[in-house]
Unconditional design. Structure first.
Length: 681
């Protein structure tokens, strides 16, 4: 009888533990980290369970640690995980998986309830101080399970987060000395590249190239590891230090084509494909390396025999990231080869998507639209395709012109259908153009402070206007707080039923004419999660911007730009899918006749697109960019009086990318994208 009672008690205890574990998981999945009251109740419930069942103390402490991590309370989260380790040092791996997640989460200071709050009483004045303080305890856990990859990776993550790159390089070198595995080789390349990027010292980059050459001589190796070796050589090439490193090492410089040639089959091709910087960076020999990888991919059995739509589309994207593709002969060669790899009609959804992409490259919009529409009914359609192809819901009606006649008066998105309410000053809140962003109350609370803080930190005093859909009382209170702290801030709101979140991305374009009239200034429309890394005033002072009625960002040519944060030359390419051709992240509309006409064209087209999106299944994401593309083409064909400039020629006002310094590098490469001529032109 005693055994039965004991068994039932144990069963009850385990059941309660599983129920509590599920409650914690559901709490976090449902964004409960913002529910402080719910967080407190769960903590109390876990504490009561610890008192009631000491045997489960380790599991309950890890559960509590997970809750604190989700709330951004990393100090408490780590302390609880360490307590769990001391209960059972023999099973350090389980505990340290939790620690690894905590250390990784520390890279995002916006996790949980806001910026990480460190406990000053414990001496944690910064992220780096906290990471240094947990070092000895991490070492103790690692020694409890020597050789365990989870613990080793956690220590490496801590060093990387701290920015202690010398120790990170030394750590990876010691691991490589113990075991010359491809993973350890790739880790050392990674840490040496990080060190070089920060210090610009040749020593770590020379070590990275040494390891890269060893990787190149191995035949049994993962493509991603080889890709890191090629990347090391590319970084050295771009920064012009290959010769200096080679002289220091007393041997010929590492060449990318030589590293590529040492690898069998498609290993080298895949190694290049998996490293995005190899396609976007400018470095010596970049075109030859990319064209060789594309040629190998085009000749692969996956295309010629298996006829895989995903592979065809991936090959098209990679081919479009070469200079050769943007010449008539180059594009024809690639498109013909890939077209031969697909059935002429019908097929799976991936095959139809690939065919649609190929049609778009020739400017055949109606054929592309027909393939996109048919793809949804074919086998192979998955939720992932809904994300990839969500733009089809607003592109199809506009391409084929088969949508029902748009009734402006009956549409909830028609002109004047929704009243805008103004709060606070509008005209006269500052000099110059107005920076404008729209959001729902949740995003306003999450990002408005960062938007304003990073802008003012650049010394920019331009006025800012936020437009909020369906505000709450907290919205107005936050606006008043931000206006007092940052100044030159106005607010407008609207109220309507929002069926799909894509509306929040489109509303700033839908209300553009109203904003121009309301504010009486030029307006720069951007996302509310924008972070300013430079003063936008030089953007507005540029002669091309001054001469334009509208400035938007469209990818019509292959260009060379500078990544401002890394000071590296990068390629910018036209896109494959139609709704990627125009980027909606930055649009300047002038308070001129041409600017107001452009704003009205955008409003009308956005209303038509939203009407189509709401009547169809799926998210309708990219509707904003489809509408902007349609307006751009219409303005080019029918409204020559509207003067349009390209952000890509001037540089982003927020500071992420700028045109290359030299005229030679800044000159467009290749020819204009055919699709931008518009149908029938």
């Amino acid at each position: 009888m005693q055994a039965i009672v004991s068994f039932l008690a144990g069963l009850t205890r385990r059941f309660r533990l599983r129920v509590l574990e599920k409650k914690v998981r559901l709490f976090r999945q449902r964004n409960g980290i913002r529910d402080r009251a719910g967080h407190g109740r769960l903590i109390e419930e876990i504490d009561a369970a610890i008192q009631r069942s000491p045997r489960d103390r380790k599991a309950l402490l890890l559960m509590k640690s997970e809750l604190h991590q989700g709330a951004g309370q990393f100090v408490e989260a780590f302390d609880l995980a360490h307590q769990a380790f001391r209960i059972d040092p023999a099973h350090a791996r389980d505990v340290f998986q939790r620690v690894l997640k905590i250390v990784t989460a520390l890279s995002n200071a916006k996790t949980g309830w806001g910026a990480v709050a460190f406990d000053e009483k414990r001496g944690h004045s910064s992220l780096q101080d906290f990471l240094r303080s947990i070092g000895p305890r991490i070492e103790a856990m690692r020694k409890a399970a020597p050789g365990d990859p989870v613990l080793r990776n956690a220590r490496r993550s801590r060093l990387a987060q701290m920015g202690d790159l010398d120790q990170l390089v030394a750590f990876d070198e010691r691991n490589l000395e113990r075991r010359r595995t491809p993973e350890f080789m790739a880790n050392l390349i990674d840490s040496c590249l990080k060190s070089y990027a920060k210090t610009k010292s040749l020593d770590p980059l020379a070590r990275a190239l040494d390891v890269a050459e060893v990787l190149g001589r191995r035949t049994v190796i993962q493509p991603r590891h080889v890709g890191q070796g090629l990347l090391a050589a590319a970084v050295a090439s771009q920064n012009g230090v290959i010769g200096a490193i080679s002289a220091r090492r007393g041997r010929p410089p590492a060449r990318l084509d030589a590293l590529y040639a040492t690898l069998p089959g498609l290993i080298a091709c895949r190694a290049v494909e998996v490293q995005k910087p190899l396609w976007t960076m400018v470095y010596e020999g970049d075109e030859a390396l990319k064209r060789r990888a594309v040629a190998d991919r085009l000749a692969s059995p996956e295309l010629s025999i298996l006829k895989l739509g995903d592979s065809v589309r991936a090959a098209l994207i990679k081919a479009s990231m070469t200079r050769h593709f943007w010449t008539p002969d180059g594009r024809r060669e690639v498109v013909d080869t890939l077209s031969a790899s697909l059935p002429k009609r019908g097929g799976t959804a991936p095959q139809r998507l690939a065919r649609a992409s190929l049609f778009a490259q020739g400017g055949h919009w109606e054929e592309a639209a027909a393939e996109l529409r048919a793809a949804e009914t074919e086998r192979g359609w998955t939720p992932a395709f809904d994300v990839l192809l969500s733009g089809r819901h607003s592109f199809l009606p506009e391409a084929l012109r088969t949508a029902p006649v748009f009734d402006e008066a009956a549409s909830p998105f028609g002109d004047g259908a929704v009243a805008l309410e103004l709060h606070g000053a509008t005209k006269g809140i500052g000099d110059g153009p107005t920076l404008l962003a729209c959001a729902d109350p949740k995003y306003f609370a999450r990002f408005a402070d960062t938007y304003l803080r990073t802008l003012r930190r650049q010394g920019c005093r331009l006025p800012v206007h936020f437009h909020i859909v369906n505000p709450t009382p907290q919205t107005f209170a936050l606006h008043e707080t931000l206006a007092r702290e940052f100044g030159a801030l106005s607010l407008s709101v609207e109220r309507l039923e929002v069926k799909k979140t894509t509306y929040y991305a489109c509303v700033r374009f839908l209300r553009a004419p109203a904003f121009l009239s309301m504010l009486g200034t030029d307006i720069l429309l951007s996302d509310i999660d924008t972070r300013f890394s430079r003063d936008p005033m030089p953007f507005f002072a540029d002669g091309r911007v001054k001469a334009a009625d509208a400035v938007l960002r469209y990818y019509d040519k292959m260009r060379v730009t500078v990544a401002v944060d890394r000071n590296e030359l990068c390629y910018r390419y036209p896109r494959i899918l139609p709704w990627h051709h125009v980027n909606a992240a930055c649009l300047l509309l002038k308070n001129t006749a041409g600017g107001r006409r452009m704003a009205e064209l955008i409003r009308a087209e956005m209303a038509r697109h939203l009407d189509a999106v709401m009547a169809r299944p799926g998210s309708g994401w990219w509707a904003d960019q489809n509408a902007l593309l349609a307006v751009y083409l219409t303005a080019r064909r029918e409204h020559p009086e509207i003067r349009i400039a390209n952000v890509e020629e001037v540089g982003m006002p927020f500071g992420a990318f700028a045109p290359a310094a030299s005229a030679e590098a800044a000159a467009p490469l290749g020819e204009n994208l055919a699709i931008f001529g518009g149908p029938g032109t």
